[in-house]
Write a protein that binds this ligand. Sequence first.
Ligand SMILES: [Zn+2]
Ligand SMILES: [Zn+2]
Length: 330
Amino acid sequence: MFAVHPVDPEAERPLLRAVGENANFHFCANAAQGVCNWLVPAESDQTLCRSCRHNHLAPDLSIAGNLMRWQRVEQAKQHLFYSLIRWRLPTPTQAEGVAEPLVFDLVGDVQTSEGVTRIYTGHDSGLITINIAEADDDERERRRLGLGEPYRTLLGHFRHEIGHYYWDILVRDGKMLDEFRNLFGDERLDYGAALQRYHAEGAAPDWPGAFISAYATAHPWEDFAESFAHHIHIVDTLETAHALGLSIDARAVRDESLKTDVAFDAYHADTFDAVIAAWTPVSVALNSLTRSLGQQDAYPFVLSQTIVAKLDFIHRLIRAQQADTAPVSA
Ligand SMILES: [Zn+2]
Ligand SMILES: [Zn+2]
């Protein structure tokens, strides 16, 4: 489906065309800022690409460092959109006039003479706000340590917040709400009070058996968003393993569950069973490799059967949505 093509030098600039192909493209308008390298079909009436056309607020470039922050944030957002496009998940824009379009505010804290207005990363009815301060490695690491998290990345933020969005349009407005409540709990629980309690008391000590992260215990919506992010982490990393022709057969242990040949594209996996069977050896291999380099585990999480059941729910939710939509071209 995706391939690398050389650019045809004969194409009439500024249009771009792949060698041997007829379709012409132009760069996304945000290429002028150096924040995007995606293309738009020449016949399209859009100037922005599939990712950038969802931006509502972009960083204030009069502030030193914000161009670099925007570049990093946009790169993570493109990576998110890659997955959404592969799954053919709906990504309606404001221009389409739907009730809950997908919109991004990529902004930092606002400094005024009165003080600082804090911007919180979050989701509200299709609007995803990302505080670009976390594009700075030191700031993101400071927050990760402060919150006691084993993993914190810009891409992880996008994959978490999009989980809230798809809860709205696929679970709340879909056919799987009862099953969601059986697995994740009743989301009608007061969200504000639940978050306050989490921030005051933290997670119960026995959380690891049932939740992917401590924060997932805060409320069923957060559990879903955390699980949704993990589902993308796993599928996207397995797709890379597949592209590399990766197979694992650990010599030190004769354990069938640590053996795999990632012979399938996880974005097309019919069932989550196949995904998790491959993910166990791949994640063990990943962590072993990063430890050999003196780094932290690349995937510092443990998946219990309860957590796998939640990931399986998300897999079926996405597959059911795919079945309802015809393939679309980018
Ligand atoms: Zn773009
Ligand atoms: Zn959240």
